[in-house]
Design a protein around this ligand. Structure first.
Ligand code: TEU
Length: 555
């Protein structure tokens, strides 16, 4: 099917969690000036777009995802001048800037909410979701992401307001048109400032369930999402905002499936450019190759010729990929390269989360007091309230704590890992003495050097962006082998996600009679030296532990 080229489809996005990136003013928190200072480094990665996590004014209960002023820059992050400079400096280096916007909810300190809660007759009452309780209980038994109930009683008026996340993050009422248009105005404000892309937070939640009734299994919070009205809101947002700019949009769409995903990104529908689905990040706690291959195949089929996907294995909400999905011990470097090669060669836009490019790993802090993540802390309190053993609850929550990926960027082996002059807001991973940018820069075989090769390859090979995708590895539990094909150029990617070596046998099912003449040329390998070259007599190829290779079909 015809694929229309577009600059945003060719993007490689680098995600900057600014508060953990680089602190220039010595308050222990990263800042926009720190991002500016490191733009040369970011540019050197060969990425095309920089996504920065929310920096709007916020009481910071959920690290900026609780906005109290959409038009201001949080003091911790810097000033509006810093932001304008960041835009200019990013553009000066030929890169684009993506902003993270939170339109499902605000902070409870946002003036809109303060007005809304002030009286039941306030004109902004309907900008949030207010309900009477039921026999002294919340209106329904719905859960929030971070709390046992999604309802909070507000004493002033005796009604409950709804919050899909923390109590301090009341949900906006998207059914209110005046409110929606106020948000569109806000989006245009930032786009007019030169922002090139929007990462739209928690979009699946915008439309609320029509019926306020109890659900059978409140823990399965899917009922909060994908409700009728959602697509009308997105089409309206596109009509009022997106289509007036040369921009890129990526929606965070929890519980999107290959069936529902195309509704958001089908080019004909004019909603979003691309999306994040969470079939891997939220729903596959540990590596499961067969499941992963199935997810990829179904999404590739669903989006082929219709829309464009995104590829990521970690971000600020999810444990670092080399720890969670790879091997962060003996094969840390090999495994980090293998996962990188996979994300950059599967169909869709690749995202690199800061530190991933040097193979940063997750952490295990000693005490709960070292953790800052509101999701983890609330869960800890909830489980202990239910009688859980504190030590056991703590151990169970550690592996997936969002703080695993929020530790400061490891720039060098000096004081505070080069993050800043003062002790950072969250503890540094002690392995910074070995794993850091300075070390990686000096090693031609580092994960960093390898990521640069991956991004460079994409620039000169449209097959990586636009190529058709065919999985030819079948049900092998370790090997993932696929073909990308575009305008006469055919690539074969072979990945061995295993601590042991594995042999892939080429079969005639895919190559037919051509197999006997198949000639392959190595494009890129994760190991320094390729063990053996391809010979059609053997029809097979051995891959070492966590080895990945890209071949070009020559004939
Ligand atoms: O995350 C939304 C969210 O639902 C995640 O908590 C979830 O783990 C998953 O990734 C989606 O199913 C966004 C932000 O990324 C997160 O940092 C915020 O805490 C949250 O919204 C609330 O704004």
């Amino acid at each position: 099917m015809e694929v229309k080229p577009a600059w945003w489809k060719e993007s490689v996005v680098y995600q900057v969690y600014w508060r953990s990136f680089r602190d220039t003013d010595g308050d222990g928190i990263g800042d926009l000036k720190g991002v500016i200072e490191k733009l040369d480094y970011i540019q050197s990665l060969g990425v095309t777009m920089v996504w920065i996590n929310p920096f709007n004014e916020s009481p910071d209960k959920d690290n900026g995802y609780d906005v109290s002023d959409y038009y201001a820059v949080m003091n911790k992050a810097g000033t509006m001048e810093d932001f304008d400079l960041l835009v200019a400096q990013t553009h000066a280096r030929g890169m684009k800037l993506m902003m993270d916007v939170v339109v499902n909810h605000t902070s409870d300190r946002h003036p809109w909410f303060m007005e809304s809660r002030s009286s039941a007759s306030n004109p902004k009452r309907d900008w949030y979701i207010w309900q009477d309780g039921k026999d002294g209980e919340p209106p329904t038994n719905w859960r929030s992401y971070f709390n046992p109930s999604s309802w909070e009683l507000d004493k002033a008026t005796g009604q409950y307001y709804m919050h899909s996340f923390a109590i301090e993050q009341p949900d906006l009422n998207w059914a209110n048109k005046e409110m929606r248009y106020e948000l569109y105005k806000m989006l245009r404000f930032w786009l007019d400032k030169g922002v090139d892309g929007l990462r739209l937070d928690a979009l699946a939640l915008l439309a609320k369930p029509k019926l306020l009734t109890d659900v059978e299994n409140p823990r399965d919070i899917r009922y909060l999402m994908h409700n009728p009205g959602l697509h009308e809101y997105l089409q309206e947002m596109n009509h009022e905002v997106f289509r007036h700019y040369d921009m890129m949009t990526v929606g965070e769409i929890a519980f999107a499936t290959p069936e529902t995903g195309p509704l958001f990104v089908d080019e004909e529908r004019q909603e979003l450019n691309t999306l994040f689905h969470f079939e891997v990040a939220d729903e596959m706690p540990e590596w499961d190759m067969l499941r992963f291959k199935r997810i990829q195949r179904l999404w590739a089929e669903a989006l082929a010729g219709r829309g464009f996907g995104s590829q990521f294995l970690n971000n600020h909400d999810h444990t670092r990929q080399v720890s969670r999905f790879g091997n962060d011990q003996e094969y840390r470097v090999e495994s980090a390269k293998l996962l990188g090669m996979m994300i950059h060669t599967l169909p869709g836009i690749p995202y690199i989360y800061q530190g991933e490019e040097i193979g940063m790993t997750g952490v295990r802090y000693d005490t709960i007091g070292d953790y800052k993540d509101i999701a983890m802390l609330n869960k800890y309190v909830e489980e202990i309230g239910k009688g859980g053993d504190p030590a056991a609850v703590f151990r169970a929550l550690q592996p997936l704590s969002r703080d695993n990926s929020r530790t400061p960027m490891q720039w060098n082996d000096g004081p505070n890992a080069g993050f800043g002059s003062e002790e950072p807001w969250i503890k540094i991973n002690p392995n910074y003495t070995e794993i850091n940018v300075q070390q990686a820069e000096s090693d031609p075989n580092s994960v960093l050097s390898f990521y640069r090769k991956l991004t460079a390859l994409r620039k000169s090979n449209p097959v990586m962006v636009y190529g058709d995708f065919t999985d030819i590895s079948g049900e092998d539990p370790h090997l993932y082998v696929y073909v990308r094909e575009y305008e006469g150029s055919e690539w074969i990617v072979l990945l061995n996600h295993s601590n042991e070596s594995s042999t892939f046998t080429f079969s005639e099912t895919y190559f037919g009679n051509d197999l006997i003449h198949l000639e392959l040329e190595l494009v890129l390998g994760t190991y320094e030296q390729t063990a053996d070259s391809w010979s059609c007599e053997k029809r097979s190829m051995e891959l070492r532990a966590h080895e990945g290779r890209i071949y070009k079909v020559v004939s």
